[in-house]
Ligand binder design. Sequence first.
Ligand SMILES: [Zn+2]
Length: 282
Amino acid sequence: MSQIQLGAIDVFRRFRAAIAALTVVALSLVACASSGVNKGDFNLVSYEEEWQLGSQLERDIDRQMQVLNDPAANAYVSRVGQRLVAQSELAQAPWGFHIVADPQLNAFNIPGGHVYVHTGLICAADNVAEFAGVMAHEISHGVARHGTEQLSKAYGANIVAGLLLGGSPPIYQQVLAQVVATGTFAKFSRDAEREADHLGVIYMYNAGYDPHGMVTMFQELIERRQRQPGSVESFFASHPLTEERIANVRAQIDQLPPRQNLVLRDAEYQDLQRRVSRYCGT
Ligand SMILES: [Zn+2]
């Protein structure tokens, strides 16, 4: 080991002594950063800052949106989420999975490993594989850090001061207000969508969920757009969804080695749907 590395470790030890808890998270995240998913991507927000931002947003979203507090429903959604996250490059990070009581077919990711799924989407997904398809896609936006990449592009060098200086800096307020009002964090590019689909299929397959669920869920969303455009407005505003994306996902699935016993349905998913059904609209 070189002297430079030893020096860095020494500094790191002192840092760890200062903020032990945060550093445990940062350490695992730094280890993950070398996995390749975000290599070379433009991002001015560090992992540590991103997770700090996520915690702050989570607290404020909890106050300002109708986040469901049903322990059994939350536990199941978290279980599906964790099973997918365990396949990802950020398996060791503290993720959070939340249900929003809202009839829209929507789901979104905010920085710092938080995924929100609306009750309307839970009711519309036919089975756990379709639900896992949306969850895997949102988790992938988080793993690939598309949210903070977007913020970095939009706000440049002011971004960290504008988000994290304590108090309520204006950029933070703007970001929070948008999430609360629209159920979207950012409008992602086609490239970001492609990456989230691609990673999502891998996480699903490795977690043992049938990745065709992502295909049929996307088809359902496109059909809803014809029948009931208002019910999927937020989803389409943040995730440009096209037939081309569906074709790409199918082609990727076709390349995967056959695997027995991929989960399509489970009884607990129907139980989740019953639990949230009063928030699903007509
Ligand atoms: Zn997306």
